[in-house]
Write a protein that binds this ligand. Structure first.
Ligand SMILES: *Cc1c(COP(=O)(O)O)cnc(C)c1O
Length: 369
């Protein structure tokens, strides 16, 4: 049987990879509409109609940018347009590492604050680092998908505000649409996501919001590039235009998904469902899962609502467990990088239900004994 056949047989509701996540059939179906010109009334109408639900989801009154690239593209936009000379990069896993790497790769200086895998940089550590080092930006990952750790974003953002001239660039790729991201209330300067995580669209779009401070910063950086120039996105957005030819089919998917989010009761209901799914994993680890030897990698109060990274019982391999789960019809993530053997990752994000998470954990018990 070909790979395509075997994956198309995958039963709906059992694909728990921490990205790409499962896409609802209604969202997939929405992509089959015919093309429209990207410089015309239909496109303007599409982008105009999506603005209010996007702003509600992002908790912002500002423009929401949509780009045709994966999340990493907007990480690069954040750095190219937000970092003038030197950034402080908070690193607790592979995606924090990626952000720091982009700072270096675009010719800026990077100063790192590293914490062990599973942990997060805490507000006083950040304040100390900002006092010691002169930087003009901070990069951080809200939900570190590699370790399942959730940074205390509201508190960290408040610390950054104590330092004039420092912008905060936030990777909210696996937190947005699955746990609170208060763009305006927390005064985030640039916050971004990718379509294939908690938003549960196919991969290929990046979304983000910039503060006035960020726009002003971008104006001070002449070498912003072209395709990922924040100011070009901002200008095009005034008239609800795309910058270049957008991924039109993915915009249809986004429009359909925004309608589904509103139908669920809005973004807060979506957060609640994710919190519920996370609590089910918590309860399992305190009970049967813990008896079997599963433990959370991140400490209490620092666990992502969308991805649970669990240390596997001693003598077990995370990779092997993911393979056995696959043979039972369930897809989970093995560990990332150095955590490949010692952990598994359950991506309970997007359109999954608490009932399915229970079922998944039940199956995990049966293969882990
Ligand atoms: C998935 C992900 C990204 C972006 O990865 P892409 O492959 O570019 O979509 C960035 N940050 C985090 C935390 C992620 O989980």
């Amino acid at each position: 049987m070909s790979q395509a056949n075997s994956s198309s047989k995958q039963e709906i509701g059992r694909f728990f990879l921490p990205g790409p996540t499962e896409v609802h059939p209604d969202v997939l179906a929405a992509m089959q509409r015919p093309m429209i010109p990207h410089r015309g009334g239909d496109m303007v109408q599409l982008l105009t109609a999506m603005e209010p639900p996007l702003q509600r989801a992002w908790r912002t009154g500002r423009r929401v940018y949509i780009g045709t690239c994966s999340g990493t593209g907007f990480m690069e936009m954040a750095v190219r347009c937000g970092v003038r000379r030197r950034a402080l990069s908070l690193v607790g896993g592979a995606f924090g590492e990626r952000f720091a790497g982009i700072v270096a790769a675009t010719g800026r200086d990077v100063v790192r604050v590293d914490v062990p895998l599973g942990q997060t940089v805490e507000p006083d550590m950040l304040r100390d680092a900002l006092k010691r080092t002169e930087v003009d930006a901070v990069t951080l990952v809200h939900s570190e998908t590699a370790t399942g750790a959730l940074a205390p974003l509201e508190e960290l953002a408040a610390v950054v505000r104590e330092f004039a001239g420092v912008v905060l660039l936030v990777d909210a790729v696996t937190s947005f649409a699955g746990s609170p991201v208060e763009t305006d209330a927390w005064e985030l300067d640039f916050v971004l996501t990718g379509s294939q995580k908690a938003l549960a669209l196919p991969p290929g779009l990046a979304l983000g919001v910039a503060s006035d401070r960020m726009i002003e910063r971008a104006k001070q950086v002449p070498e912003r590039g072209a395709y990922l120039d924040l100011l070009a996105f901002d200008r095009a957005g005034i008239d609800y235009q795309p910058t270049n030819t957008p991924a039109i089919s993915l915009l249809y998917a986004l429009e359909a998904q925004l309608r589904r989010i509103e139908a669920e009761g809005g973004i807060e209901s979506r957060w609640k469902r994710h919190q519920h799914m996370q609590e089910i994993v918590e309860r399992w680890v305190r009970g049967r899962g813990g008896e079997l030897g599963f433990q959370f990698l991140p400490p209490v109060d620092r666990r992502s609502w969308t991805v649970s990274c669990l240390k596997v019982p001693s003598g077990k391999s995370g990779r092997a467990l993911a393979v056995v789960m696959k043979s039972k019809g369930w897809v989970i993530g093995s560990g990332y990088g150095p955590l490949k053997q010692s952990t598994i990752r359950i991506g309970h994000m997007g359109d999954h239900s608490p009932e399915r998470v229970e079922e998944l954990l039940h199956t995990l018990e049966s293969v882990a004994v």
